[in-house]
Design a protein around this ligand. Structure first.
Ligand code: PGA
Length: 252
């Protein structure tokens, strides 16, 4: 049985005070939700302060990116060891905004995933097609390539990796994928894992859906057998709406 996971991706939002305030409001609302894992991913600048709030809770801290080198002359980059030092246990890798705005490619994603695993951080690897790719019938081909290259040579232990299926056209648009389409792609991803990494791993890895997840649609996604949780952007910025999503997943 895979335990559901709900991840808040704050993107480039919230300073330290706002991050603290969010945690103080969130924690009392979700402290009895033992049937779901929860992670919060602030910007680098707020990691340590948010960790101080989360310390005595069961909520995990995650980062939104990392660099694959250990240290040195890499201006502007942050290492896995620095994330561990700040209290992170997971890290989002290959988010579509990084791919499309910052030019991150599958090879870079692959290096980051390898480094995160080596360091003991759980990578949350994002994959997903653009609207044009979906309309051209290329969605499965694109996701397959992202997995083939992004996870090349990556052999995680059971449940040491998370994959988030986030169709680019659904992110921040208010237009979510249908639960059926999300189920189909998450099933495809699990099939890739089964074929390339074996049954045991495929059954243990959590596959999340992301893209305009909110209180009103989370139940539909969680009713799907292949969907193990959600990566939430916009609806994770308010503690109350994020808590509602966590609570709905917990009751599933
Ligand atoms: P959204 O973002 O929930 O605002 O669509 C999801 C994400 O980018 O992870």
């Amino acid at each position: 049985m895979r335990k559901p996971l709900v991840v808040a991706n704050w993107k480039m939002n919230k300073d330290i005070a706002e991050g603290r305030d969010f945690c103080r409001r969130l924690l009392p609302l979700v402290d009895d939700c033992t049937g779901v894992d929860v992670a919060v991913c602030p910007a680098f600048t707020a990691l340590a302060a948010v960790m101080a709030e989360l310390e005595r809770s069961g909520v995990f801290l995650g980062a939104q990116n990392l660099f694959w080198e250990e240290r040195g002359a890499f201006t502007g980059e942050v290492s896995a060891a620095m994330l561990l030092d700040a209290g992170c246990s997971c890290v989002i890798i290959g988010h579509s905004e990084r791919r499309h705005i910052l030019g991150e490619n599958d090879v870079m994603v692959n290096r980051k995933v390898g480094r995160a695993l080596e360091a003991g951080l759980t990578p949350i690897v994002c994959v997903g097609e653009t609207l044009q790719e979906r309309e051209q019938g290329l969605a499965f081909e694109v996701v397959k390539r992202q997995l083939d290259v992004g996870l090349d040579g990556v052999y995680p232990g059971e449940n040491e990796l998370v994959i988030a299926y986030e169709p680019v056209w659904a992110i921040g648009t208010g237009v979510n994928a249908s639960a059926d389409d999300a189920q189909e792609m998450c099933g495809f991803i699990r099939g890739w894992l089964r074929h390339n990494r074996g049954e045991i791993l495929a059954d243990s890895i959590r596959i999340l859906y992301g893209g305009s997840v909110k209180e009103a649609n989370i139940r539909d996604f969680m009713a799907q057998s292949q969907i193990d949780g959600a990566l939430v952007g916009g609806a994770s910025l308010e503690a109350e709406s994020f808590a509602d999503i966590v609570r709905l997943v917990n009751n599933d």
